[in-house]
Design a binder for this molecule. Structure first.
Ligand SMILES: Nc1nc2c([nH]c(=O)n2[C@H]2C[C@H](O)[C@@H](COP(=O)(O)OP(=O)(O)OP(=O)(O)O)O2)c(=O)[nH]1
Length: 330
């Protein structure tokens, strides 16, 4: 898949609390919000591309660029690699107000707290989350001495950062250059690394609930299914293309199970609610599209696969598959 390199600017104002968001006015992602920017041209550094793109797009000169975040995201037909820079508008220039152009529907200064209320480009979710989280960490002073660190309850690190003779534990920040970052930003990078590490455990395919379902299907003689079948709306976890049957095995937390009422994280509630809403809408859209195409869409919730419920659940599902197959064969 081809990679598209993009540079985007997160322009800050008002002590860093507000950032500039623009609403795309064209193409298939029209109406979604994004950060101003564009493709890096041959021979340009991402910083240079960012300055050029924002001058062209908003008629402002940006300064004080600081690397903040890299988005890596697979769209259907290309991989996006987007370098995002914190920056400011050069207040000494003539043009200090960003101008909307005819490729944008809107342009808005948004406080970081309200970022999640906008509908963002699919690739921007992690970036937006990082900005929302930065809000919490922003209270940490930029440069803190060891003395100040102790005053807020943290033990200052030894020069080596560890006790003599003790084997050094692998740090999440190993291999990441944080020398140019403030304390708040370093903390944020550390949290992002922790999330990334924990997300690595969230395998999309072959999850335990999916394996349980597949085992039961095979035992019932229902084989020949396809996994994560891209050609059907919603990329069903299990699909029987010939029988036109799609099965989604949904995690209760991410997909908001109507049976077991999963919890919502206490922090960044707005962000999480928006994320969950998008997941639920996406799921509903996939089911509607499948049904329109004459498919049977079956949703199995993770909690329905618990030891005391799996027999009943899978008996129902196998029944549905068999009757739909008979119907399709008629
Ligand atoms: N500038 C920007 N682009 C983003 C964001 N999120 C995101 O997925 N993108 C994608 C959309 C585009 O595929 C690509 C940016 O390229 P671009 O601005 O040249 O836009 P484009 O390919 O749609 O349009 P064109 O100028 O080539 O016609 O990055 C974002 O926050 N800012």
């Amino acid at each position: 898949m081809k990679t598209v390199h993009v540079a985007a600017g997160i322009i800050r104002r008002d002590n860093g609390d507000e950032v500039l968001a623009v609403q795309r006015g064209y193409g298939s992602m029209q109406g979604l919000w994004e950060f101003p920017g564009g493709k890096v041209e041959r021979g340009e550094t991402p910083e240079q591309a960012c300055v050029r793109e924002l001058a062209e797009e908003l008629q402002v000169r940006i300064v004080s660029l600081r690397n903040f975040y890299t988005v890596e995201y697979d769209y259907d037909d290309f991989h996006l690699s987007m370098e995002c820079f914190f920056c400011r508008i050069d207040e000494t220039g003539d043009d200090t107000e960003p101008q909307r152009n005819d490729r944008q529907m809107d342009l808005r200064w948004v406080s970081r707290r309200s970022l999640a209320t906008l509908e963002w480009m699919p690739a921007d979710q992690g970036l937006v989350q990082a900005l929302v989280e930065l809000d919490d960490a922003a209270e940490v002073p930029q440069q803190r001495s060891a003395q100040e660190a102790t005053a807020v309850g943290r033990t200052p690190r030894r020069a080596s950062g560890r006790k003599p003779g003790k084997k050094r534990k692998k740090d999440l920040l190993d291999g990441i250059d944080t020398s140019d970052l403030s304390a708040a930003e370093t903390e944020l990078v550390r949290r992002r690394a922790a999330i990334k590490k924990s997300m690595k455990g969230n395998k999309r395919a072959d999850t335990k609930p999916e394996m349980l379902v597949r085992q039961r299907l095979r035992a019932a003689g229902l084989t020949g299914y396809r996994l994560q079948w891209k050609k059907a709306p919603g990329r069903p976890d299990i699909a029987f293309p010939g029988r036109k049957i799609a099965i989604f095995v949904n995690g209760c937390f991410w997909h908001r199970c109507p049976h077991c009422h999963p919890s919502t994280p206490k922090r960044n509630t707005e962000f999480w609610e928006a994320k969950f809403r998008r997941n639920v809408e996406r799921d509903a859209r996939a089911v509607a599209e499948l049904e329109q195409m004459g498919w049977l869409a079956i949703t199995i919730w993770e909690c329905e696969l618990k030891r005391d419920r799996i027999d009943e659940t899978m008996a129902r599902v196998i029944d549905q598959i068999n009757s739909a197959s008979r119907g399709n064969a008629d």
